[in-house]
Design a protein around this ligand. Structure first.
Ligand SMILES: [Zn+2]
Length: 322
C-alpha cells in the first residue's frame, strides 16, 4: 500500500478535521485489504451510525479501535491523532507535561498513560531481526557509581545493545533490551531475540558471549575499545534519556523508553514527520490493547523499589568512556 500521510501541520489539520476522517484513515491502515471481522474472520461490514462496523457474517459490532492499543478509549480519535502528531514531531522525544499542554488534557496522569500506550506502538510486532554484521555490548544507565560487569548495581539498569554495521553505508538499525544481568543466560537469549541466526556478531571478550558460536552465530571477538558502534549507541541513549527525561525514568518503565529511542534512532534519517506519524498510527493498529496494570511496566524484580534511575551526566561505565 502506498504510504499516505499529511506532510505538514496544515495538511494534518485539514485532513483530520472530523472523527469520520480519523476512522477512515485507521480503517485503511488496520484493514488494508478491507474489513475482516475480528470475531468470525469474515470480510464485509456495514457502518452503523455509531461509528461501528456491523459484520455481515456474524452480526457482531466492532469499533475501529477494538483490540488495538487505542481499545476502549473514550476520548475523540482526533485527540489521539494530535497526540501522535505531536510525539512524532518532537526531535528528541515527548514528555507527559508537553503532551498535556498541547492537548489541553485536564490530567497529567492521563497524558502520561497516553504516552506509555503510544510508546508500546513504537515497536512493530514481529519486527525483523537484525542481520549481517552486528555489534553487541551492554551498558549501564543510571546510578552514581560505576557498575561491575556481570553483577547488578544499585540504581542502575543494564541495557543490551545490538547495532548493525553496514560498513560503507555506516550504522544500521539498533535494538535495545533491559537485561537482568550480563550473564550468558541473559545475553545469549537477548542476541537470539534480536539478531538472525548465522549473522556475524562482534563483541569483546566478555565470557557472557562465549556461547554465541554454539547458538549458530559467527562470533568475532575484538578489543572493547574497538566496539565503536555500540559505544556510540550507548552514548546517544544516555544523552537522550538525560536530556529528554531528566532522570525521571523508572526502572520498570525503562523498556518503553528504550522502544521510543529505538523508534527514533532507526528513523533518524527520515526527513518526513508525516512518515513517522504514519508509521506510529499504523503500528498502533497492530499492537494489542494495553490495560493499565501492564502499563506499570514489566516485572523487573531485581530492581527493588521504584526510585527513579539516577541519570548522572558524569556517570561513565567501566570502559565506555564516551
Ligand atoms: Zn463476524
Amino acid at each position: 500500500m502506498e504510504e499516505d500521510y499529511p506532510r505538514n501541520l496544515l495538511e494534518f489539520e485539514a485532513r483530520f478535521s472530523s472523527e469520520a476522517s480519523c476512522i477512515q484513515y485507521l480503517r485503511a491502515l488496520r484493514w488494508p485489504d478491507g474489513f475482516i471481522c475480528p470475531h468470525c474472520g469474515e470480510p464485509g461490514a456495514w457502518a452503523t451510525n455509531r461509528n461501528l462496523f456491523h459484520c455481515v457474517g456474524c452480526g457482531a459490532q466492532t469499533s475501529i479501535t477494538a483490540g488495538t492499543i487505542l481499545h476502549g478509549t473514550r476520548k475523540p480519535l482526533q485527540l489521539w491523532f494530535r497526540a501522535m502528531w505531536h510525539i512524532t514531531g518532537q526531535k528528541y522525544g515527548a514528555n507527559a507535561l508537553g503532551l498535556q499542554r498541547v492537548l489541553d488534557l485536564g490530567s497529567y496522569h492521563t497524558a502520561w498513560q497516553w504516552l506509555q500506550k503510544l510508546r508500546r506502538a513504537m515497536v512493530r510486532p514481529g519486527r525483523d531481526k537484525l542481520s549481517g554484521l552486528v555489534e553487541v555490548d551492554e551498558t549501564y544507565v543510571g546510578g552514581k557509581k560505576p557498575g561491575k560487569r556481570g553483577r547488578g548495581a544499585e540504581g542502575k539498569a543494564l541495557v543490551g545493545i545490538a547495532v548493525e554495521d553496514k560498513e560503507e553505508e555506516g550504522i544500521g538499525r539498533i535494538r535495545l533490551w533491559h537485561l537482568q544481568d550480563a550473564s550468558g543466560a541473559n545475553l545469549v537469549p537477548f542476541v537470539k531475540g534480536v539478531v538472525q541466526q548465522n549473522s556475524t556478531i562482534r563483541t569483546d571478550d566478555w565470557g557472557g558471549y562465549n556461547r554465541l558460536a554454539a547458538n549458530d552465530f559467527q562470533h568475532v571477538v575484538i578489543p572493547t575499545k574497538d566496539l565503536k558502534l555500540v559505544h556510540l549507541g550507548a552514548a546517544l541513549l544516555k544523552r537522550w534519556l538525560l536530556g529528554t527525561y531528566q532522570g525521571a525514568v523508572r526502572p520498570s518503565h525503562l523498556l518503553y523508553y528504550l522502544d521510543e529511542f529505538t523508534f527514533r534512532f532507526n528513523r533518524r534519517t527520515s526527513k518526513s514527520r508525516g512518515k513517522l506519524f504514519y508509521r506510529l498510527v499504523q503500528q498502533a493498529m497492530m499492537v494489542e490493547p494495553a490495560p493499565l496494570p501492564t502499563l506499570k511496566g514489566p516485572a523487573l524484580s531485581f530492581l527493588k523499589g521504584e526510585s527513579n534511575l539516577n541519570l548522572d551526566p558524569l556517570d561513565e561505565d567501566r570502559d565506555h568512556n564516551i
